[in-house]
Ligand binder design. Structure first.
Ligand SMILES: NC(=O)c1ccc[n+]([C@@H]2O[C@H](COP(=O)([O-])OP(=O)(O)OC[C@H]3O[C@@H](n4cnc5c(N)ncnc54)[C@H](OP(=O)(O)O)[C@@H]3O)[C@@H](O)[C@H]2O)c1
Length: 346
């Protein structure tokens, strides 16, 4: 029951690490925002593979119980005492820290959110904040992709992957993507992959060698981890960049430095949280992302939507590689004003 100054909202909460069944649909208490904080009523919430990993306990998370989720767009419903620059009614987005977006309403630091331009549909915004800013820092900060580069992108039809492909193509790179099925290959082609390798049908290392006439690629963006890491290194040209930014297939075995010495490789294991820690970098990331969405450089794919209460089913589908593009959770009764129902089926 809500106490004075608080109210009850519906949220997905995790009390113990485990399978999708640990995602419980519960009533939780929410208070008033404190200093530097705002309260936000979510319109749409992005689903990310990191949510699965945190649910399982594969990544460190907040102490149990916790509300998962790191990506959403919503309306500001209250601002903390003395806060300026934010008003009730503002439409804001966030992607990254803090965790806790699988809820109808949440308290956030005002410094974690950005304004959503009116040209950006709220569901579209929620589907690309974390994924699109990840594509931004990978392509614009970790390794600056330019025309003439050849890039290898694993899980090219996945949430981060499809945005990486579109953006790398727009930057003038030759894009090689790996996927597991013909259906995903068709999407990756539409998203700007010049060469697509179906890794369940052919060895991706041999295929990359053939495509690049044995030279190798300038950079690999590897989100798959355990199953691909060694092969990804083998695809690099001399002095190539290995950007290992995820482990969808599991934790990567320890890598000896001698593995990099073989061809003077660079290796990084980056996190979005560090690249958007500074407010000006967060604004730059979100600004470039929204500009590219508005101009059509990025063609956002909200391929799957689920009611927030059915987050467990969304996790099952993501883990079983059944999803492509962005996946979005919608709270019951969310105000979807501004959303384009023709583009998004709920
Ligand atoms: N470092 C960062 O800051 C950062 C930020 C965002 C995301 N990430 C990481 O990037 C990865 C992708 O995230 P996402 O949300 O966009 O997910 P996603 O790519 O939409 O989903 C994962 C995809 O990985 C591929 N995959 C390969 N082996 C798999 C396995 N054993 N189990 C499940 N999937 C497997 C599948 O594509 P195929 O069927 O085509 O192989 C699957 O669709 C995650 O590991 C995530 O943690 C990191």
């Amino acid at each position: 029951m809500a106490t004075e100054g608080t109210k009850m909202v519906k949220a997905i909460r995790v009390h113990e690490h485990g399978g999708p069944e640990v995602l419980k649909w519960e009533d939780v208490e929410i208070g008033e925002p404190g200093e530097g904080e705002i309260r936000v009523k979510n319109k749409a919430i992005g689903l990310n593979f990191i949510d699965v990993q945190i649910r399982k306990g594969a990544y460190k998370s907040a102490t149990l119980p916790f509300i998962p989720g790191r990506e959403a767009v919503g309306t500001v419903t209250a601002v903390g005492p003395g806060l300026t620059g934010r008003d009730v009614g503002d439409i804001v987005a966030y992607g990254g820290n803090p965790m806790g977006s699988y809820t109808e309403e949440q308290i956030l630091p005002a410094s974690a959110v950005v304004s959503v331009p009116s040209s950006i549909d709220p569901i579209v915004g929620a589907s690309v904040m974390l994924k699109g800013m990840t594509a931004w820092f990978l392509l614009r900060r970790c390794f600056k992709v330019e025309a003439g580069h050849t890039v290898l992108i694993h899980a090219a039809a996945g949430g981060v992957g499809y945005l990486l492909c579109q953006w790398a193509n727009a930057l003038g790179a030759t894009v090689i993507g790996t996927v597991s099925t013909e259906e995903k290959a068709a999407q990756a082609k539409e998203d700007g992959c010049h060469h697509i390798i179906i890794n369940t049908q052919e060895d991706f290392v041999a295929a990359v060698s053939m495509i690049t006439s044995g030279k190798g690629v300038d950079v690999v963006y590897d989100s798959v981890g355990k199953d691909t890491f060694q092969g990804s290194l083998a695809c690099l040209k001399t002095c190539g960049y290995m950007v290992s930014f995820g482990q969808s297939s599991g934790a990567i075995d320890p890598v000896p430095l001698s593995a990099l010495a073989a061809k003077s490789f660079f290796l990084t294991r980056p996190s979005l949280f560090h690249y958007t820690e500074a407010r000006d970098e967060l604004l730059k990331a979100a600004g470039e992302l929204f500009t590219n969405v508005a101009s059509g450089v990025l063609r956002v794919r909200v391929n799957h939507t689920y009611p927030l209460s059915q987050a467990a089913q969304a996790h099952v589908d993501l883990e079983n590689r059944k999803t492509t593009g962005s996946v979005v959770l919608i709270p019951d009764g969310a105000d979807l004003q501004g959303c384009k129902p023709d583009d998004v089926s709920i």
